[in-house]
Design a protein around this ligand. Structure first.
Ligand code: ADE
Length: 241
């Protein structure tokens, strides 16, 4: 997968893309990152990328020209013939979910547009962008952190990025349930004991206990998740035992 990021603060990405699993994914060849300062594309003498809004009002608006030209330069480079997804980071976008991460992980080329403004010139939305995404109902100073959240959650889903031990198949949200409690050694930590069933060696009992705890935790913390992933008959039977 190729991931292009457009931002006037490219240095913000150095630590995140250069560390841990995201950087290992690039070393393995699963992903290729490129961060472009779109100010380089501004066609005016002062390299400004924002301007006052028509009609007046507070705040500046990100101009269409630098974004149109920066995105064109990236799509011209793209030899695969597949159209990239061009993702605008903004609080008005669709709320990001694991399902969207799984959808984006199927793509060959993602382009993220990160702005720092009151708004984007609407022609960017109408003619360049394929997806508008918000990472939650709060307002950040810019789209950079939001795009990093998306890159992280997508790259870990790419083939061969996570080892077997850290496999994503059992992730909360892709199974539809929150995770059950986990414990590691010692079995008795200052009088706080690990549930006996986990020490029993009986895998059927352990599986049943974990499923029940997952359901209980989801019910207590995120009952809304059952709307999208109703309980299976097996899970319901275990719960009613
Ligand atoms: N830019 C500013 N706030 C944002 C948010 N919540 N999600 C995505 N991009 C943003």
């Amino acid at each position: 997968m190729k991931i292009d990021i457009l931002s006037i603060f490219p240095e913000m990405f150095t630590g995140v893309l250069g560390s841990s699993i995201l950087s290992k994914a690039a070393e393995k060849g699963a992903v290729q990152y490129s961060v472009t300062d779109f100010r380089e594309f501004a066609d005016n003498k002062h390299k400004t990328v924002d301007d006052y809004p028509y009609g007046g009002g507070a705040g500046m608006v990100l101009k269409a020209q630098p974004i149109f030209d920066a995105v064109s330069s990236l799509t011209e480079e793209n030899q695969t013939g597949n159209k990239p997804r061009v993702i605008l980071m903004c609080p008005q976008g669709e709320r990001y979910t694991q399902k969207k991460a799984e959808e984006l992980a199927q793509e060959e080329h993602l382009i993220f547009i990160c702005g720092h403004y009151e708004g984007y010139d609407e022609r960017i939305r109408e003619h360049v962008v394929t997806d508008e995404i918000s990472i939650g109902d709060y307002v950040l100073t810019g789209g950079e952190l939001a795009s990093m959240v998306i890159v992280d959650s997508v790259v870990r889903l790419l083939p061969d990025v996570l080892g077997k031990a850290a496999s994503h198949e059992q992730d909360s949200f892709s199974t539809g349930l929150l995770e059950h409690p986990h414990y590691t050694r010692p079995a008795d930590f200052r009088g706080m004991k690990v549930p006996d069933v986990l020490l029993s060696g009986n895998h059927a009992h352990i599986e049943k206990w974990r499923t029940k705890e997952s359901i209980r935790r989801t019910w207590n913390r995120r009952p809304d998740l059952f709307d999208e992933y109703p309980l299976t008959d097996q899970q319901r039977a275990w719960l009613e035992e």
